[in-house]
Design a protein around this ligand. Structure first.
Ligand SMILES: [Fe+2]
Length: 159
């Protein structure tokens, strides 16, 4: 980001890069698990759910990339190692259902992740409100997508 672009972000850039790095790392974690879920699940309607999780994985990677762009505009760098990603994502252990055909079990794992993302972007949108409009808009945008995804998972769980 150019000089003026940095000046208008009236917020501690170091703090902001840290917050964005957490979000970036978390998106990678969700990307990873959604991607692997698409490969390992089996049983009834495997192809349908495999496609759903594959799409989710792509979506979350897209979120990570948008966050990486913002981090770099602010003069920072996203975490450079996978070990760091897992650490700073701060989500803790992810446990898939024991049965590979337990579709609802997988959906509940990802529903929990969406809810974590919603809290994260809600917080970021609130804290950047009126201070850094670019990050604020990004946070709002990602928040609305995660809210929609939460609802999709909830609806699938009702099926
Ligand atoms: Fe996301």
């Amino acid at each position: 980001m150019g000089q003026k672009g940095r000046e208008i972000a009236k917020i501690d850039h170091k703090w902001l890069v840290k917050e964005l790095s957490t979000a970036y790392a978390f998106e990678w974690v969700v990307h990873y698990y959604a991607n692997i879920a698409a490969s390992i699940l089996s049983g009834h309607r495997t192809t349908v759910y495999s496609e759903i999780f594959k799409k989710a994985a792509e979506g979350e990677l897209g979120h990570a990339n948008r966050i990486a762009k913002r981090i770099s505009e602010l003069g920072g760098e996203p975490p450079l190692s996978m070990a760091e990603i897992e650490k700073i994502a701060g989500f803790g252990k992810v446990e898939f259902p024991k049965k590979r055909s337990d579709t609802s079990g997988y959906l509940r794992v990802f529903l929990k992740m969406e809810q974590h993302a919603i809290a994260l972007y809600n917080d970021l949108a609130t804290k950047t409100h009126g201070k850094d409009l670019v990050t604020h808009e990004l946070a709002e945008d990602l928040l609305s997508e995660e809210v929609a995804e939460e609802e999709e998972y909830e609806n699938m769980l009702k099926e």
